[in-house]
Design a protein around this ligand. Structure first.
Ligand code: EPU
Length: 292
């Protein structure tokens, strides 16, 4: 019996992944699943794992580049409502891993809970943000995280307390397959003040980054705290183009994919940037985006 037979209603074969990513590039997933409950997710993962299928979790698609040839094995998308709930208890906000980070931030601000507002403008889901400890100059998501529930590739659920989690620059110890839920402990503040602060952050971001284009946020990590964007700019690479992929004129750590671009164009541009920055400035850049 095929391992998929119980899951026919939630698994599609050969699903194009491009529409699920911010770059809107790349090929299909061999199997693409949208489970409808925590239990169904756990059973699906156990079965796929027992079959030796590679399993990947797709969050908001804002930090990945899918290769043109697509992805073997199973890609899981937590789109069902049971994975995206947001609730407030006192000064805690509890959110599903599939919830949009932006919705969590606006809920917190509305409720007069401060902390997460500096993350405004960061796309993607709560799970994705925690996995890579998303943040910016105003702080990162890890510093506000009080608890998380994860699920392993064996389909087991575990709670992680604040003491058990380690967050570093764009890195977290939450590396299990799925981050199912996260609880944030925030500070009571005046909602109007918070709204103002959030709006200021948003304006700064809009002025310095190419929002609303086909891009996936910063491509490279900042080496030892130095802006990778500044280094790429100093290497004279703004506006450099391969096929339909171009280094943003606004912020050099962004790559814009024009209509007609391929994932291969972006990959070749990434390699060009790395070798130019290494040659001219002696710095090795490491990608922040995940390449599938
Ligand atoms: N700069 C340039 N040229 C450029 C880009 C930047 O000279 O093309 C200079 C700026 O003028 C500024 C300095 O570099 O003096 C720092 O720039 P910025 O404030 O934009 O910060 P960053 O270090 O380039 C980081 C994060 C961003 C985050 C911003 C703001 C990383 C890799 N980048 O960028 O995060 O939005 O701070 O908080 O950590 C992301 O991770 O996807 C991301 C976009």
């Amino acid at each position: 019996m095929n391992w998929l037979s119980e899951f026919e209603s939630i698994v599609r074969q050969g699903e194009p992944l491009a529409p699920y990513t911010w770059f809107r590039l790349g090929g299909p997933a061999q199997y693409f699943a949208e489970p409808e409950s925590h239990q169904q997710l756990a059973e699906l993962v156990r079965r796929a794992h027992a079959e030796g299928e590679p399993i990947r979790l797709l969050g908001g698609g804002s930090n990945i580049l899918v290769r043109d040839e697509g992805v073997p094995g199973l890609v899981i998308h937590l789109s069902a409502p049971c994975f995206g709930g947001i609730r407030v208890q006192g000064r805690h906000v509890i959110a599903g891993g599939g919830a949009k980070l932006g919705h969590v931030i606006s809920t917190a601000v509305r409720e007069g809970l401060g902390g997460l507002e500096s993350l405004v403008g960061i796309p993607g889901t709560v799970g994705g943000a925690l996995h890579g400890n998303a943040g910016g100059r105003g702080g990162d998501i890890g510093q506000w995280t009080y608890r998380a529930t994860v699920m392993t590739v064996e389909g087991e659920f575990h709670d992680r307390s604040r003491e058990e989690m380690i967050f570093a620059y764009r890195k977290s110890s939450l590396d299990e397959l799925v981050i199912l839920e996260a609880e944030f402990q925030l500070e009571h503040e005046d909602p109007q003040e918070l709204t103002k602060r959030m709006q200021t952050q948003w304006i700064i971001k809009k002025a310095s980054q190419p929002l609303g284009h086909q891009n996936a946020g910063c491509i490279f990590k900042n080496p030892r705290g130095i802006s990778a964007g500044m280094l790429i700019d100093q290497a004279g690479l703004k506006g450099t183009r391969i096929g339909g992929a171009e280094v943003s004129e606004r912020h050099a750590n962004f790559i814009i994919a024009e209509p007609g671009a391929t994932a291969q164009d972006v990959l070749r541009l990434i390699e060009l940037i790395r070798s130019r920055v290494a040659d001219r400035l002696g710095v090795e850049l490491e990608t922040e985006i995940e390449i599938w």
